[in-house]
Design a protein around this ligand. Structure first.
Ligand code: XMP
Length: 512
């Protein structure tokens, strides 16, 4: 495995991705706990991330000395390169100007990172983002690539297998960056690149058994992919010691509850409590129009219902969650000393603190697409695993204004038609997320000989890679007219349909 030491760069997660894409397992540890992680993992290589600090400043973070003492290969990126130079006897100067954005490096030497990739004399595009720069190399290092602003764009000490680069190979703006990282992982560290989901599954099953012993586990199912994959994996590990709780607040899409219940009780034979909490949710949402108030009410009510069910089941000491890597990754804090803050996600959170249970989170190290791959490995049907993301607060945040049973029903019908047409056109997998939003606006229309005065529906579909940014999806000609006609003809209560072309930013994907 490879240990990635995080110095607080915004893109550290991408390093982990690139390493895993090369078929090598990796974990990220914040620099404060990197020494323990290094000891525990005994990695075959270490990558030092970028970060916002300046190595010249007193008290700026360092890599554990054990990393250099162990004789494993090390690759430093940006701040990571500077830290390595500083710790190994070179010098870093504070930059006055710096270099940001696209740059070109000239390859002036050779090193193992370039195997089968770059040759002397070539120029390659990279993504630079740095203020400080290396002024004097540590003993043993030689420059192998340079740019206008960075004479030491890449430096190498082949004998010790230490590499440093001033630019960011992990971002897509460095087109060959993934290959440089793969060369480090495979050629330099000698890792075989055969890390697979099958291996992950076996390892996790052993870990879950070890952690849980003969204890009981309860798992909240949201209806989404993550909690479902977590539950199936845990069930494979401990069987009937797991009970799933599925809280149905009436804010799910058409057929969703049936699908989850059918899959768990039917296909997997996993004990499942299906809580019909529609009345509780709908009564509580009456009169609530503020988006944050809706979110808060729904989050709190989920917890209340879940907690009550957990009490009924009794004796469970563990709580399972489908938490993913991007949800839990520890962000490195520079202001409050060596403290780390966990990024809070607008999810069905807050359960653990209050319930005083031990957490089982087998997906903590995975990215969304890896969870999907694991789901397929576990035999979950493709239609389930490949589903678009769906927010915890469900349809309630797709009904601006007051949420009622009737409006949920109208939206469910329209949304189902939209998704059915998208699947029929073979576009589902090309879209990150598609859904309908029922607006609190009425418009005048004419149907047959009569006047109508009904609701307006907005359709949304976006392309995205991670949900952080998004662009409106461009449907082929005729598609939106077809969907519009079907919705207006088939769904009572809607007489006008619009398409939302807003990107994120400045919009968000959901409307509330
Ligand atoms: P926004 O609307 O912030 O959404 O652009 C980004 C992604 O997150 C999803 N989303 C949520 N997921 N609980 C979730 O589990 C939530 O409360 C929540 N709110 C938004 C959204 O659907 C999109 O994929």
């Amino acid at each position: 495995s490879i240990l990635i030491i995080d110095f607080g760069s915004q893109v550290t997660q991408l390093i982990a991705r690139r390493v895993r894409e090369a078929g090598v397992y990796s974990e990220i540890a914040p620099f404060q706990s990197a020494a323990e992680a290094f000891e525990r993992m005994q990695p075959r290589g270490v990558i030092l991330s970028g970060g916002p600090a300046s190595v010249v400043d007193d008290g700026s973070p360092r890599a554990p000395q054990a990393v250099f003492d162990a004789g494993v290969p090390v690759m430093g990126i940006c701040y990571g390169q500077q830290v390595m130079m500083q710790q190994l006897g070179g010098r870093v100067d504070k930059g006055s100007a710096g270099e940001f954005g696209e740059a070109y490096v000239a390859v002036d030497g050779d090193c193992a990172l370039f195997d089968g990739l770059w040759r002397t004399g070539e120029q390659h595009q990279v993504w630079m983002s740095h203020g400080d720069h290396v002024a004097a190399l540590a003993p043993g290092f030689a420059p192998v690539a340079s740019s206008k602003g960075a004479p030491y764009a890449i430096v190498a000490d082949e004998a010790r297998r230490y590499y440093g680069m001033q630019f960011h190979p992990e971002v897509v703006h460095t087109p060959d960056g993934a290959k440089l990282i793969a060369n480090f992982a495979r050629h330099v560290c000698g890792l075989s690149g055969d890390w697979t989901m099958a291996e992950f599954r076996a390892t996790k099953i052993a870990e879950i058994r070890e952690q849980v012993g003969s204890g009981r586990v309860i798992c909240g199912l949201s209806g989404g992919v993550d909690s479902a994959v977590a539950a199936v994996l845990i069930h494979e590990a401990i069987g009937e010691q797991l009970t799933c709780v599925f809280v149905d607040g009436g804010i799910l899409r058409a057929g969703e509850a049936e699908q989850v219940v059918g899959l768990f009780r039917g296909a997997y034979n996993i004990p499942l409590v299906h809580v019909q909490a529609q009345d509780l949710f709908m009564d509580g949402l009456a009169g609530v129009t503020d988006p944050e108030a809706k979110r808060k009410f729904i989050g709190k009510t989920f917890i209340d219902v879940f907690e009550a069910e957990a009490k009924k089941i009794g004796g469970a000491e563990f709580l399972a969650q489908g938490t993913l890597y991007p949800d839990v990754i520890e962000s490195v804090s520079f202001t409050g000393g060596p403290s780390v803050t966990i990024k809070s996600h607008h999810n069905v959170g807050g359960l653990p603190e209050r319930m005083n249970m031990k957490l089982v989170e087998p997906l903590r190290e995975l990215f969304k697409d890896e969870v999907r791959a694991l789901g397929r490995e576990l035999g979950l049907p493709d239609v389930f695993v490949g589903r678009h993301p769906f927010p915890g607060p469900g349809l309630a945040i797709r009904i601006p204004g007051e949420v009622t049973r009737e409006r949920c029903d109208i939206l469910r019908k329209a949304d189902a038609i939209y998704l059915e047409e998208i699947r029929a056109a073979g576009l589902y997998d090309a879209i990150w997320q598609a859904f309908a939003v029922l607006l609190p606006v009425r418009s005048v229309g004419v149907m047959g000989d009569g006047r109508t005065y009904d609701s307006v529906l907005a359709l949304r579909a976006v392309s995205s890679t991670d949900g952080m940014t998004a662009q409106a999806f461009e449907f082929p000609g005729g598609f939106l007219s077809r969907v519009t006609t079907r919705i207006i003809n088939e769904v009572k209560g809607i007489n006008r349909v619009t398409y939302d072309y807003t990107s994120k930013p400045p919009g968000t994907i959901e409307w509330e």
